[in-house]
Ligand binder design. Structure first.
Ligand code: COA
Length: 175
């Protein structure tokens, strides 16, 4: 069945849906306080949701989100999740694209993220998007002392590629 993915800037009104996806996605989910702190926003922090509309007669539902920071010339992807019901539909890819397009528009040179060594699904996604493993943080995750891979995206390497959403205003756009 055809479906539409709608990207919007996240705000406090989305916190319940985000918290539910967070709980269904992580063994050590962010607390409501942590989500609030990101959604209330700092100059450097950004949050977007992906809504999915499977049936044009119904309201779109929140299917995933991304939080990232833009600091100096770096983008740091600090959280991304898609509701289990809506995985493998291209939503994670679209959300990463939002962060990368923001980086392109603002002249970032690199994007970074950390991922559990056991999280192969996420690693596949990041590798497909052009991230490469550049390091490891031993015992980074406090719940089970699991190591994190550090993955990096170099914007210079894609300078010949057309940004997928580059001409849009990310502050209020739906695309
Ligand atoms: C990781 C996650 C965000 C991916 O979201 P998604 O919407 O399912 O990803 P997409 O549908 O956009 O997939 C894009 C690519 O990612 C890879 N991928 C995603 N899910 C995968 C899976 N279950 N198995 C293998 N590869 C997978 C594939 O390469 C896929 O490309 P393809 O469809 O051309 O094969 C989602 O699985 C999730 O929320 N996981 C739990 C939370 C989490 O681990 N977050 C990341 C923390 S670092």
């Amino acid at each position: 069945m055809p479906f539409q993915i709608i990207i919007e800037k996240a705000s406090l009104k989305h916190i319940d849906a985000i918290a539910e996806i967070e709980r269904s996605s992580f063994v050590a989910p962010w607390s409501r306080k942590m989500l609030l702190s990101e959604l209330e926003g700092h100059d450097f922090s950004h949050a977007y949701i992906a809504k999915i509309q499977e049936d044009p007669t119904k309201k779109p539902v929140i299917a995933g989100y991304i939080f990232f920071w833009s600091v100096a010339d770096e983008i740091h992807i600090i959280n991304i999740a898609v509701h289990p019901k809506f995985r493998k539909m291209g939503i994670g890819r679209r959300l990463i694209q939002v962060a990368l397009d923001y980086g392109r528009k603002t002249g970032a040179r690199h994007a970074f993220l950390e991922v559990r060594v056991s999280n192969l699904n996420a690693q596949h996604l990041y590798t497909k998007m052009g991230f490469k493993v550049t390091g490891m943080r031993r015992g980074y995750y406090t719940d089970n002392r699991e190591d994190a891979l550090v993955m990096k995206y170099v914007f210079e390497n894609d300078k010949n590629q057309k940004p997928e959403f580059g001409s849009q205003n990310l502050e209020d756009s739906k695309f």
